[in-house]
Design a binder for this molecule. Structure first.
Ligand code: SF4
Length: 330
């Protein structure tokens, strides 16, 4: 059984970035003032049932701006309105803060809140290039919906991909279209497949988001979603346990008892099952999130992120398994 560097049991993005860039590389979360077609009426109203007013920022692990190292997030005090300051200015405030702890980290600008390709392409280019103008910025991570990458946006991404380091994050959450309808995702698996294929064919790295614990899904459904996304040559994958946040549609379903949540041990066991069927080369960008305490209603074990990550490592060790071990003898 082949372990990863430093005895790791999965291919975590933090060490991968350090190897790739030759030094510590962090992600700086950018709020560029986007909205979402699943909220403004173009595709739907109200958004996905678990999405808060912050536009899924919590699901990516930050509400206040924060630096993510791949293992942990460091919150950065916000002094100005993020949507009003430029991407480069947002990077400056975050990178200055992090430099107090680590000397000269590099940075990837992470366009995170809402749908970060949902604007005219000229406007997108200005925003992305503004981030890249920051001297510490070595690349872009752009989170979006699968139905928001038209040919003009793809052309822009392709151009940027030739000039800099880039990955695009696609919010799929589940490969089951019945669940997708229930959660009001507003786009289909076929749309995800088509967009992921176009990006990959263009040489652009794709990172796919999955949520475990969505209503009506059992272990097999969730592992089928994992298998489905791994059939493509994606660069990375992000997992998240379903969080019940205040002021979301799913809050009512949960209050009425129609949503049951996994225990921490059940989640840990499921994540380990998933890791075992993910090819070794796929990078793991997140195994658990950390929603803000003031919004989180359940599960109550979410805030202790360290316990979840330690639990996953212990479980893999106990099983004697590593990422991808069920795919081939390694
Ligand atoms: S696509 Fe993202 S931002 Fe839009 S409603 Fe769904 S989770 Fe929220």
């Amino acid at each position: 059984m082949l372990l990863y560097k430093n005895g790791a049991r999965y291919n975590s993005i933090g060490p991968w970035l350090k190897d790739h860039f030759g030094k510590r590389t962090v992600k700086a979360a950018i709020d560029a003032g986007f909205t979402c077609p699943n909220r403004d009426g173009k595709k739907g109203f109200g958004g996905c049932i678990y999405c808060s007013e912050e536009g899924s920022g919590e699901y990516a692990g930050t509400v206040e701006r924060g630096i993510s190292t791949g293992k942990k997030k460091i919150a950065v005090p916000v002094k100005d309105d993020s949507a009003c300051s430029t991407p480069a200015a947002q990077i400056t405030s975050q990178i200055n803060f992090i430099k107090e702890k680590w000397s000269d980290p590099l940075c990837i600008a992470y366009f995170q809140s809402f749908t970060n390709t949902y604007a005219p392409v000229d406007h997108l280019e200005l925003l992305y290039r503004d981030a890249l103008s920051h001297p510490d910025c070595v690349g872009l991570a752009i989170a979006t919906r699968p139905d928001c990458i038209g040919d003009d946006v793809l052309d822009l991404l392709q151009k940027l991909n030739e000039e800099t380091f880039l990955w695009v994050e696609l919010g799929l959450q589940t490969a089951d279209d019945r669940t997708a309808e229930l959660i009001n995702r507003g786009c289909t698996l076929a749309e995800y497949d088509n967009t992921a294929d176009r990006l990959i064919k263009s040489g652009i790295r794709v990172v796919t988001h999955l949520i475990f614990g969505l209503p009506g899904e059992d272990r097999d459904t969730m592992l089928r979603s994992t298998e489905h996304v791994c059939e493509k040559d994606i660069f990375g994958i992000k997992f998240h346990m379903l969080n019940i946040l205040k002021h979301t549609a799913i809050e009512n379903m949960w209050s009425s008892g129609s949503v049951s949540l996994m225990t921490r041990d059940e989640y840990i066991s499921l994540v380990c099952d998933a890791l075992e069927i993910i090819p070794r080369n796929i990078t793991i960008h997140r195994l658990t999130g950390d929603s803000p305490a003031e919004l989180l209603l359940a599960p109550d074990w979410i805030p202790n992120k360290r316990a979840v990550l330690n639990g996953i490592n212990s479980e893999l060790k106990k099983r004697g398994s590593v990422q991808g071990c069920r795919l081939a003898r390694i």
